[in-house]
Design a protein around this ligand. Structure first.
Ligand SMILES: NC(=O)c1ccc[n+]([C@@H]2O[C@H](COP(=O)([O-])OP(=O)(O)OC[C@H]3O[C@@H](n4cnc5c(N)ncnc54)[C@H](O)[C@@H]3O)[C@@H](O)[C@H]2O)c1
Length: 375
């Protein structure tokens, strides 16, 4: 199989899908691996490091996509990538189609086969290819939120952890999964009072175990509104797999918050879980609405590529090996429960909150050994 790794084109995105050591593994298995010139540079990997391990370097995106049968990238294709994609490509990357009807249509028109990282699901419901980036996004969410609380950044001017004679800051988190759980853990370790809203009992219990400064609550509307009135940082990290994010915070609730507080919507890649969310980039990551600073960058882990590329690569490699070893449809056995396909006959369709959920799932072989679950 000819495997192609394009350079990421999203604003200030620094990740690369496969690090040199992973490419070497694929070369050893008999595959031809191509990487676009300088694709690994922001993650700390030069072209020479790839070529030394048998990887071939394509001078530009056109040459890379021309060579590739299996395209492995990190973020969903945008305009610069779409022009190079063909019907015979097998595309493996994050797609987040629930929030991207236009992209969905474009991919269907091209007619390629796509497997979205975020919808690869193990039998126990874990999302092994979303987990590592969610962990990173969850931690960045609190780091960024803390910075945005500083008065020169437009924040209310509060230090989260407090100290003798001052009150602690308060962080409210929605969703106690990979992203939200890590936000809660970091905020709690920093000394903040933390309130986590979650629907699953097991995850609420996990949050309570973080420490006595963490409270886990069910997201009843009036309780949410009450807790937000005194929040300094609010992190949105809910997920309904494959669907558009539900709005857990309304504009009216945000109007009741103290000015200079901060909202971080990690779920923005699934459409956002706050009513006032609109997607931003690392170039202009924030905007102010209702007196509240909003941060809603869709590729948060792209800011720490030296960490993120290693983490995403380790998670996807077993699946790349699987996909590269033969046509997806011919893979035997159960395994990843879900994979989203882009062909017209397996099209996603609008449902629920304007969501796009897969109309048909295709088994893609047994769970590769070593596939990370993130938990
Ligand atoms: N912006 C970024 O750069 C970035 C990076 C990584 C992940 N993400 C996104 O972060 C989101 C969370 O991902 P995850 O891996 O943590 O998911 P996860 O499945 O591990 O956790 C989601 C949690 O939300 C809970 N939940 C669902 N509906 C809820 C509701 N109405 N109220 C309270 N809790 C609710 C679920 O029970 C679950 O525990 C996803 O949308 C993911 O795509 C964004």
């Amino acid at each position: 199989m000819r495997i192609g790794i394009p350079r990421e084109t999203k604003t200030l995105e620094g990740r690369v899908a496969l690090v040199p050591a992973a490419c070497a593994d694929l070369v050893r298995r008999g595959h031809e691996v191509w990487i676009e010139k300088d694709a690994g540079i922001k993650s700390g990997f030069t072209d020479d490091q790839y070529t030394a391990l048998g990887v071939k370097v394509a001078p530009d995106a056109a040459a890379l996509y021309e060579k590739a049968e299996l395209v492995v990238k990190v973020k969903e294709p945008i305009e610069g990538d779409l022009q190079h994609l063909r019907r015979d490509h097998l595309l493996f990357c994050y797609l987040h189609l629930a929030a991207e009807p236009v992209l969905t249509r474009r991919l269907l028109d091209i007619g390629l086969t796509g497997v979205a990282f975020e919808t690869v699901e193990l039998e126990n419901g874990d999302l092994p290819l979303l987990a590592p980036m969610s962990i990173i996004a969850g931690r960045i969410g609190v780091q960024v939120g803390t910075h945005l609380l500083h008065q020169p950044m437009g924040g209310k001017g509060k230090l989260l952890g407090g100290l003798p004679s001052t009150e602690r800051g308060k962080v409210v988190v929605f969703g106690a999964g990979m992203a939200g759980g890590n936000s809660a853990a970091l905020a709690a370790a920093g000394g903040a009072n933390v309130v986590v809203f979650e629907k699953r009992q097991d995850r609420m219990a996990e949050m309570m175990r973080l420490g006595p400064n963490v409270t886990a609550l069910y997201p009843y509307e009036d309780v949410v509104a009450r807790e937000l009135e005194t929040a300094d940082i609010v992190v949105g990290a809910v997920l309904v797999t494959g669907a558009k994010a539900p709005h857990v915070v309304t504009r009216k609730m945000i109007q009741g918050m103290e000015k200079g507080s901060v909202l971080v919507d990690i779920s923005v890649d699934q459409g956002g879980c706050f009513e006032t969310t609109r997607a931003t980039t690392w170039k202009e990551p924030t905007y102010v609405e209702e007196g509240i600073t909003h941060f809603a960058v869709t590729n948060m882990p792209g800011a720490v590529p030296q960490t993120s590329s290693q983490a995403i690569c380790a998670a996807i490699l077993p699946w790349v090996q699987k996909l590269a070893s033969g046509p997806v449809a011919r893979q035997p056995g159960p395994g990843a429960r879900h994979q989203r396909r882009g062909r017209e006959d397996r099209a996603s369709r609008p449902e629920g909150h304007g969501a796009l959920t897969p109309s048909r799932y295709t088994p893609c072989g047994s769970v590769p050994q070593g596939a990370a679950t993130g938990r």
